[in-house]
Design a protein around this ligand. Structure first.
Ligand SMILES: [Zn+2]
Ligand SMILES: [Zn+2]
Length: 417
């Protein structure tokens, strides 16, 4: 392998919303090369022979030197190359915004300590992976989208279906989550971009199932799917760079990016206090899905609490704060969180939120505080989560404070538009 970068003899145009993970898979397929070899040739990875991984952080961002080298080698503009990364999604999706989240200052911290970007595996739409019928997609498969890395993206509106998580044949993560590489089996050539790269534990062989066109193993209730597609439509609008910049949250208008941080905080509180918010699920089938997941989370939390009491390890909070892996469960919980945020005024907000806040405090006060004061959440959410219900002036005081900062009440803004 040449130590110096060379231009690839032919390259590929990125597809709409394609991730660098998918782009590398397609380039590798085009050249009959291993993804790792392409990553070295395009300057993403330094040529150290002993390593066979592509660092996961490259999914999110590239330093200037790597971005330049990669753009040159692939004959892309810098903007096109940057468009393959998840960092620009932070403009709209707060849990990826270095500006809003002080705790993730470095790109490395953003992907390694942040569970609200799916770095180790990815959801996918099997119809998208089948390609759109054009020659290039027929040959190398369709687009692995960046958006599939975001927990609030659980459905494909283009194909009116839920995304899949995991391989329909072997049941494992399709990119073999535990390998610690952006692409599993990165040094193997000849695999199709839409193949499952997980290792089957019993045989140690690669699964290799074709993911394009696969169906969900679980039958989903049509009314539940319809509710999730409506919610996805709402979220996709807010994630769209040209979508509305502001969205309603407890009767106030807040930036769209921050709305997703509010959803993250509420999702943890909903799991922590389940089944208190059960009545807010869109359909009974969705509530049942959350029942099952919450039961597992409560059991894991109880186990980690017992271990913490015995002094064996620190009490972990991720049992409640992690997004659900299953797209339908993720959608069900985020639907409830969105329903809470849509409360039009202070009175209804208090009525809906009080059982959840009280339940969280009862279960574990210090952890409830950790979720209630999560960094980057909006002022209206903070006013609800951090002040006492008896303190009826809190919302008003917050209002006076933030109206001076350009925040507006929802109703007033609606009258303006
Ligand atoms: Zn699709
Ligand atoms: Zn598989």
């Amino acid at each position: 392998m040449a130590g110096r970068l060379r231009l690839l003899p032919r390259s590929l145009d990125p597809l709409e919303d394609e991730s660098i993970h998918g782009y590398l898979l397609r380039l590798a397929h085009r050249f009959g090369a291993a993804p790792l070899e392409i990553a070295v040739r395009t300057g993403l990875v330094d040529p150290v022979p002993a390593r066979n991984r592509i660092p996961v952080r490259l999914l999110h961002d590239l330093d200037e030197r790597r971005l330049d080298a990669f753009a040159r080698a692939t004959r892309l503009t810098r903007d096109e190359a940057r468009g393959l990364l998840t960092a620009p999604l932070g403009e709209r999706y707060g849990p990826l915004s270095a500006r809003l989240l002080a705790e993730f200052r470095t790109p490395k911290g953003m992907v390694h300590n942040n569970r609200w970007i799916l770095t180790r595996t990815t959801r996918y739409c099997p119809r998208c992976l089948s390609g759109d019928g054009t020659e290039i997609e027929e040959r190398h498969g369709g687009c692995w989208r960046r958006a599939w890395r975001l927990p609030p993206v659980f459905a494909c509106l283009r194909h009116q279906r839920l995304l899949l998580s995991g391989c329909p044949r072997c049941g494992q993560d399709v990119n073999a989550a535990r390998t610690g590489s952006l692409i599993a089996r990165a040094s193997e050539a000849g695999l199709h971009p839409a193949q499952c790269r997980a290792t089957v534990p019993s045989t140690r062989a690669m699964c290799g199932a074709g993911l394009a066109g696969q169906e969900d193993r679980l039958p989903r209730a049509p009314s539940a799917v319809a509710a999730l597609l409506r919610l996805q439509h709402h979220f996709d609008g807010l994630l769209d760079p040209d979508g509305p910049k502001l969205v309603g949250s407890f009767g106030w208008l807040i930036p769209a990016a921050q709305y997703f941080i509010d959803l993250r905080a509420l999702s943890a509180l909903i799991f922590m206090t389940w089944p208190r918010a059960r009545a807010l699920a869109d359909t009974e089938a969705l509530a049942v899905l959350v029942d099952r997941e919450a039961e597992e989370r409560h059991a894991e939390f109880a186990k980690s609490r017992a271990e913490a009491k015995a002094g064996r390890r620190r009490q972990a909070s991720h049992h409640y704060s992690d997004p659900a892996a299953d797209p339908a469960v993720a959608g069900a919980v985020l639907g409830i969180a969105a329903r809470l945020l849509s409360a039009p005024d202070e009175n209804e907000t208090h009525e809906l939120m009080a059982p959840i806040i009280d339940g969280a405090k009862e279960r574990n006060f210090s952890m409830s505080y950790q979720f209630r004061r999560l960094s980057g959440t909006s002022y209206p959410l903070q006013a609800i989560l951090l002040t006492s219900r008896q303190d009826r002036g809190a919302f008003q005081r917050m209002g006076q404070r933030i109206e001076g900062q350009g925040f507006r009440r929802l109703a007033a803004a609606q009258r303006l538009t």
